[in-house]
Design a protein around this ligand. Structure first.
Ligand code: NAD
Length: 331
């Protein structure tokens, strides 16, 4: 018991340190696969020793505290994280849990999306105009980055049409396309400046700048993947149709977003995107499956840090991926 407690405390401390480097300083010191491995170890230990569970554990929290240099923005609805699965077996278990909670025997439909590797943002539109943008921060409070977001060309300052709700919060990912990332690092190297470790950190570092003129020079882009607060009637009955409405107002939605039936459909989607991963213009670290029907999402609800109705299916880290593909080609 004492041993488990000591292990849990050590893992929490280590993960807190990594969180700070990743979320606050935009400068991780370990690969995501290592972070994910330690997090799973912590979750397994906490599940085996429920009396040691603690709401302040990194396993129960979202992101990192907002930095005080930016104005604080309270999210009307929390911005959560995603649970994840790493294998077909874990995906099957995810579907089984869903079906049993919903008391269903027939497969549900999922909205399948690429898991963009950038930074989550919340965009508030009032009467069709962008009035506020914020980071996720710790999930309840984010950093106000409105001026920086205004410099991103993919994000409309004014929505098209006139049938949008008076207040609409759009959520999505700001990311740096691979070509822009390579060119930016190349230019930095030529000048002897610091280079970014990967496009995710480059996007986060570029967006969380105190001077929006610096952000404006960075090749940032954006796809939306959901909504937060919507004043008035819901936009649609399903997540997929919600995204289509956003698209109609000029908000970019990834062309890779597709509706698929049950776990088999998700698995096919995963294989297809994994195969084409290197041809995409941006980095992704997996795909996301979301129960498509909003009434079912509501029935399923949330746990501490993530919705029960969605999961990320993470791709193997690149070095692990090479091994996996080699094995696949041999059979
Ligand atoms: P996450 O990456 O596990 O999942 C949630 C995030 O996915 C959302 O906030 C959103 O930004 C993003 N996302 C991308 N596409 C999406 C889509 N289509 N729909 C919904 N969300 C989408 O996020 P997290 O909670 O920020 O971070 C945990 C992960 O971050 C870890 O698993 C690890 O890989 C990495 N991390 C690494 C370190 C490190 O030191 N290397 C430290 C902390 C976190």
């Amino acid at each position: 018991m004492n041993n488990a407690k000591a292990q849990i405390l050590a893992l929490r401390e280590q993960l807190e340190r990594y969180n700070e480097q990743y979320y606050i300083a935009d400068a991780p010191t370990v690969p995501d696969s290592e972070y994910d491995r330690l997090m799973r170890e912590l979750i397994a230990l906490e599940q085996a020793n429920p009396e040691l569970l603690d709401a302040s554990s990194p396993s129960q929290k979202v992101g990192g505290a907002p930095v005080s240099a930016f104005p604080e923005v309270r999210h009307a609805l929390p911005m959560l994280s995603l649970d994840n699965v790493f294998s077909e077996e874990e995906l099957a278990a995810f579907e089984k849990r869903l079906m049993s909670r919903l008391g269903r025997t027939t497969a549900v439909e999922f909205c399948c999306e690429p898991k963009l590797d950038g930074l989550a943002v919340s965009l508030l539109y009032e009467e069709g105009e962008l009035v506020q943008a914020a980071t996720r921060g710790d999930g309840s409070t984010g950093e106000g980055i409105t001026e920086n977001v205004r410099t991103i060309k993919a994000i409309p300052l004014k929505l098209k049409g006139d049938d949008w709700p008076p207040r609409l919060e759009v959520r999505g990912e700001v990311f740096m396309p691979s070509a822009g990332f390579a060119a930016m690092n190349e230019a930095a190297r030529a000048k002897g400046d610091k280079v970014f470790a990967n496009p995710r950190n480059a996007a986060a570092g570029s967006l969380r700048q105190l001077d929006s003129r610096i952000t404006a020079k960075r090749p940032l882009s954006f796809y939306c993947y959901g909504v937060g607060l919507v004043e008035g009637a819901p936009l649609a009955d399903s997540h997929f149709d919600t995204l289509q409405r956003l698209k109609g107002w000029g908000l970019p939605v990834s062309p890779e977003v597709k509706r698929m039936q049950g776990r088999e459909g998700c698995e096919r989607y995963h294989q297809d995107i994994l195969r084409r991963r290197d041809q995409l213009a941006y980095e992704i670290d997996g795909v996301v499956y979301k129960v498509d029907e909003l009434a079912l999402q509501e029935q399923l609800g949330f746990v501490a840090r993530a919705p029960r109705w969605a999961t990320a299916h993470k791709f193997p880290a690149q070095e692990e991926l090479t091994e996996l593909l080699n094995v696949e080609f041999q059979v």
